[in-house]
Design a protein around this ligand. Structure first.
Ligand SMILES: [Zn+2]
Length: 463
């Protein structure tokens, strides 16, 4: 299976399925190709629809941030400083103040929030934008997982009270959960990151972690409670009903579309190639006419296009592959591309007004009547549900409760481990020598390093 040579498999399928081309002449900046970009745009639209339904305004800020704006919040800039791409020249002239390519947009957006927010009637203010961000990653770059330019959606909010900010975090958790679990069929857990691993400038950060086939955890989205930290620095105040002036409470959040695509590809696929959930598949049904005799050709092709137009009326994305080449080679190709359903139309099907159906997720072959073609919609829904359940089960089976550091080491290659940690820095450092502490869950643990009572933690080998 694909977990054995995962890295090799992953790079190969991105190329073969025409998801990305990594040969662009800047490291960490690949080219998104049609098959992958379709999936990204589909998830982006779904997310944007939900955010806008929830009251977010769609905005688009400039890609450049003045140095003094980016540097205003000291913890924040300290966290990003080493990764910022700077624009220092315009033509041959050195700029008076240098400009950063946005690594994230808290600072420019909150600089404008201070102008937009005047009164409690302006609140809550919730905006989102889908854009590219730029980080000069010093770690090993990996396509879709760690790049120097990546696509995401970032949301930003301002509220009257901490309570309202918390409620927004709950709403966003729900929206992300629908996107990730329901729509993309990707299982995840929400981890409150330990303080040393939170977003620079946040009170706390929640991360959505999933598990890749090689046992590594992948952070696919985050939500941050920023408290009044940024609003005090950027002086974002509002007039209360009583006429006093107070600083707003803020949250920011974002999923990485590239990482979601990486998880989607890796979690659902097999050695034949991609298996795409129907709702994001660029082609949901591939129709393959099976032609033997020249005399049948015309009638079979007519029957095939009749099937195509019936499916299009049902809203199914369908394509006929009537090109040169043997049916076997076509089956192989579209299986590799992950098309959820293959419909074969041969002389026998034509004669009986039948269609042969092969599911990509189970490889099961069956037959439907032309008159019962509406069933294709139900089969697509069933594929989606089956893929989600299968991935959930595998995920649930990848958690290990362990007691000692030896066991932490051993089980980290298989998945996520739950262990104890006393709360001391030295013990955390030893544990982090094996993997990353993803989350401190509760206070019922016995420290795996020193044996003292303390917290329970989740540990994973993170990308
Ligand atoms: Zn300890």
């Amino acid at each position: 299976m694909i977990q054995e040579n995962f890295s090799e498999w992953y790079h190969q399928i991105l190329e073969d399925a025409e998801i990305l081309d990594s040969r662009y002449k800047i490291k960490g900046m690949p080219i998104y190709r049609g098959w992958g970009l379709f999936i990204i745009k589909t998830m982006q639209r779904e997310l944007e629809r939900m955010l806008e339904e929830d009251g977010h305004e769609d905005v688009l800020f400039p890609v450049l941030i003045p140095a003094d704006v980016l540097g205003k919040e000291t913890e924040h800039i300290a966290g990003f400083e080493s990764q910022v791409f700077w624009v220092t020249h315009a033509g041959s002239n050195e700029l008076e103040r240098k400009l950063a390519l946005r690594p994230t947009s808290e600072t420019p957006i909150y600089d404008m929030f201070s102008l937009w927010i005047r009164s409690h009637t302006d609140l809550p203010l919730k905006v989102h934008q889908s854009c590219s961000v730029y980080r000069y990653e010093t770690k090993h770059t990996r396509p879709l997982i760690r790049g120097r330019e990546f696509l995401w959606n970032e949301g930003h909010s301002a509220h009257e009270s901490l309570d309202d900010a918390e409620k927004n975090i709950d709403a966003i958790k729900k929206i992300y959960s629908i996107l990730i679990q329901e729509f993309l069929c990707i299982p995840f857990i929400t981890d409150r990151r330990p303080d040393w691993d939170k977003f620079p400038g946040a009170h706390y950060s929640l991360a959505f972690d999933t598990l890749m086939p090689n046992g590594k955890t992948l952070q696919i989205a985050t939500v941050h409670n920023l408290g009044q930290n940024f609003s005090k620095v950027f002086d974002i105040t509002f007039e209360t009903e009583k006429g006093t002036h107070e600083h707003v409470y803020q949250t920011s959040y974002g999923p990485s579309f590239g990482r979601l695509l990486a998880a989607l590809i890796s979690i659902h696929s097999d050695k034949k190639g991609l298996i795409l959930p129907p709702q994001v598949a660029p082609i949901q049904v591939i129709l393959i006419p099976i032609l033997f005799k020249e005399s049948e050709k015309k009638r079979i092709l007519e029957y095939t296009s009749k099937i195509k137009s019936r499916l299009e009326k049902l809203g199914v994305r369908v394509k006929i592959d009537d090109g040169e080449g043997r049916p076997g080679a076509k089956f192989y190709y579209w299986e590799m591309k992950g098309v959820p359903l293959r419909l074969e139309v041969g002389p026998r099907d034509l004669k009986g007004k039948k269609i042969t159906i092969v599911r990509r997720d189970t490889a099961k072959k069956s037959e439907i009547d032309f008159d019962g073609i509406e069933d294709v919609s139900n089969i697509l829904t069933d594929i989606k549900n089956n893929m989600r359940e299968k991935a959930e089960k595998k995920f649930r089976d990848s958690f290990y409760e362990v007691k000692t550091t030896e066991e932490i080491k051993e089980y980290l290659d298989k998945g996520i481990v739950t262990a104890g940690w006393c709360g001391n820095k030295e013990c955390a450092e030893e544990i982090e020598g094996y993997g990353n502490i993803l989350c401190v869950t509760d206070d019922s643990g016995i420290c795996a390093v020193c044996g003292k009572g303390g917290n329970e933690i989740r540990v994973g080998k993170s990308y």
